[in-house]
Design a protein around this ligand. Structure first.
Ligand code: 1CP
Length: 344
């Protein structure tokens, strides 16, 4: 049977007359229905582990906008929690974790199958979604890339420059690499379980890839993405992988070939014209409208949306933002972006 889901067609390398579209953080605080469900769940982590409610918030933007893909509602920091790190969210500030900066702290982390004890509710969310999503909507599972997740585990929180993780890399490279290896293995098991539960595509978020330079980028962004992608494809032939080495700059060039990813997602620090010339020849690309347009709207949103569509129309493209939508965005602007992409 020929493939009818547009996201899967683009991921298979097809150039479509209208790019399929979804949006990073499409389930989120800019939506009143998300805020209501989140209030019902209690805190953010309770929402992530409540399969019924996590499925509900995943479905909300699909009902409201008819996006071509849904992304599982969860967080990249659930994996370190499943490995035994303490995790909590401070309202208005962000995540906090118990830190891993010594061999003794690392030795306390778990490995292997034990992650599923914590993550089972996430797989249940995936199963509910596969039952409830419209037939044409593709379900994307995800995990953080080892480097990005490690930056939170080492610092115990989000950091503007990933300083603590860079410091550990320089001071105790063996421990740093052991953390990345543990994360690489467990990320494979985590994504693999999401696929077994029904995820049709998986995305690897390397939000902080841009702070890795030169050889570090090769070893700690590209190589883990390659190991994860190859093993996912070995275990699950035909499942496409989207890699997002955010702010990689020239590092985006050749990323498809070096990792085996079917699609490379690009942020908006590079222009769509540059992406068309340097990245899209390698395969499907995803991106890259600046998310501030979801706040500011107007004719500029329409013009910039058309620019992205136009620049990338001669190759496989999935329309998206360059990074997640922010809580101050106006839901009407999202509708305007979608209508513009679809030529309505
Ligand atoms: O208040 C709230 O409701 C929590 C806000 C929130 C949401 C909606 C967080 C906390 N995580 C999420 C969900 C989430 N996180 C998804 C769900 C699906 C969707 O996109 O709709 C996904 C894919 C993520 C991934 C994620 N979490 C990333 C990678 C992508 C990116 O944005 O760069 C990262 C870095 C995180 C960590 C995280 N979780 C939450 C916050 C505020 C942060 C960033 C913390 C920081 O760096 O300070």
């Amino acid at each position: 049977m020929s493939q009818t889901k547009t996201i899967l067609r683009a991921l298979a390398g097809e150039t479509l007359p209208t790019p399929p579209i979804w949006m990073m953080r499409q389930a989120g605080r800019y939506l009143p229905e998300y805020r209501a469900t989140r209030a019902q769940a209690g805190d953010f982590l309770s929402l992530c582990y409540n399969s019924e409610l996590a499925a509900e918030v995943t479905l909300q933007p699909i009902r409201r906008y008819g996006f071509d893909a849904a992304i599982l509602f969860a967080d990249i920091l659930l994996l370190p929690q499943a490995l035994g790190a303490d995790l909590w969210f401070v309202t208005g500030e962000g995540p906090r974790l118990s830190t891993i900066t010594t061999q003794a702290e690392f030795d306390k982390l778990g490995k292997g199958e034990m992650i599923h004890d914590t993550l089972n509710p996430v797989y249940e969310t995936v199963r509910i979604l596969r039952r409830e999503l419209p037939e044409e909507t593709t379900l994307i599972g995800f995990a953080g890339a080892p480097w990005t997740v490690a930056t939170y585990m080492i610092a115990g929180r989000g950091t503007p420059d990933q300083g603590p993780a860079h410091a550990l890399k320089e001071e105790n490279r063996a421990l740093f690499e052991a953390i990345l290896e543990r994360l690489t293995e467990s990320t494979i098991d985590y994504l693999s379980a999401q696929i077994d539960a029904g995820a049709e595509v998986v995305k690897i978020f390397d939000s902080w890839a841009g702070s890795l330079k030169g050889d570090d980028f090769e070893r700690y962004a590209k190589y883990p993405a390659k190991v994860i992608t190859e093993e996912i494809k070995r275990r699950h032939p035909g499942i496409p992988v989207i890699a997002f080495p955010r702010q990689a700059g020239d590092g985006y060039i050749g990323f498809h070939a070096a990792t085996g990813a079917d699609c490379v997602a690009v942020d908006d620090s590079v222009t769509p014209e540059w992406v068309a010339e340097h990245v899209q020849p390698g395969g499907c690309v995803q991106g890259n409208l600046a998310s501030r347009h979801m706040v500011t709207g107007g004719q500029e949103l329409v013009d910039e949306t058309r620019k992205v569509v136009d620049a990338l129309k001669n190759g496989p493209h999935i329309f998206n933002l360059g990074h997640g939508i922010t809580p101050d965005a106006d839901p009407e602007n999202v509708k305007l972006m979608i209508d513009t992409v679809r030529g309505a």
